[in-house]
Design a protein around this ligand. Structure first.
Ligand code: PGA
Length: 251
């Protein structure tokens, strides 16, 4: 059985106090028996304190939202995978479309980030997804498959087995316009087949592929019903503990 995962992506929201409060509310309200692994993707400033507060708790982990594509050195303002790991954090979101779009991250740089994260035993949540323009040209399948090819296909089978993928159509992120459950399932099945063509069916079948983009309590159940949809990467709705947990409990 593939691991079900619901990961929150707080983006650049919540100062230290607000983040501690939100994480505590999630911890207080979660039962510990959720079917899905809960992951909170927080700004770097929260990692140490939140990794500490979830340590030893079942079914909840912390993720960084990025890491550097360099191991260490004179890169002012950057945070390395090794630094993320040293906080007790176990996951890292890599290649979110906002990083690709606003910070010009390329597939090659993301491949380097994936390698550095894996070397630190961080679990990458690798994001992919197409713009509206690409979808309207009906090039979305080949575009997203290429993102996976260029950033993940150099991995060994053993390393690929640790990867989580999040498909997030850019036109659905923060827009209130969700992909339909059929659109999500169709892309996830296409991506899984692409992974199987390179890594084999067994590894592809054990890879968790999450959907992201305006996922909320009112639509999560329907989206998660897709047989290739293994959970979600949740932006806006992860900023409210009740909404986030309602999504976690949507399977
Ligand atoms: P959204 O963001 O849920 O606010 O659309 C998802 C994401 O960007 O990860």
């Amino acid at each position: 059985m593939r691991q079900k995962i619901v990961a929150g992506n707080w983006k650049m929201n919540n100062n230290l106090e607000a983040g501690k409060k939100l994480a505590q509310e999630v911890l207080d309200k979660a039962t510990g028996n959720e079917e899905a692994q809960i992951v909170l993707g927080t700004p770097f400033i929260h990692l140490t304190v939140l990794a500490d507060s979830v340590a030893g708790k079942k079914g909840i982990e912390i993720a960084a939202q990025n890491c550097s594509d360099k191991a260490s050195g004179a890169y002012t303002g950057e945070t390395s995978a090794e630094m993320v790991k040293s906080t007790g954090t176990n996951y890292v979101i890599i290649g979110h479309s906002e990083r690709r779009e606003y910070f010009n991250e390329t597939n090659a740089q993301l491949a380097a980030k994936v390698d550095l994260a894996l070397a630190q035993e961080l679990i990458p949540i690798f994001c992919c997804g197409e713009s509206l323009e690409i979808r309207e040209k009906e090039e979305h399948f080949s575009y997203v498959k290429q993102q996976l090819t260029e950033s993940l296909f150099h991995l060994s089978s053993a390393d690929f087995a640790k990867i989580v993928i999040a498909y997030e159509p850019i036109w659905a992120i923060g827009t209130g316009r969700t992909a339909s459950s059929a659109q999500a399932q169709e892309m996830h099945a296409e991506l899984r087949a692409h992974l199987a063509s390179h890594f084999g069916q067994e590894l592809a079948d054990s890879c968790s592929i999450l959907y992201g983009g305006s996922c909320k309590p009112s639509n999560a159940k329907e989206i998660f019903e897709g047989s290739d949809v293994d959970g979600g990467l949740i932006g806006g709705a992860s900023l409210n503990a009740n909404d986030f947990l309602a999504i976690v409990n949507s399977f």
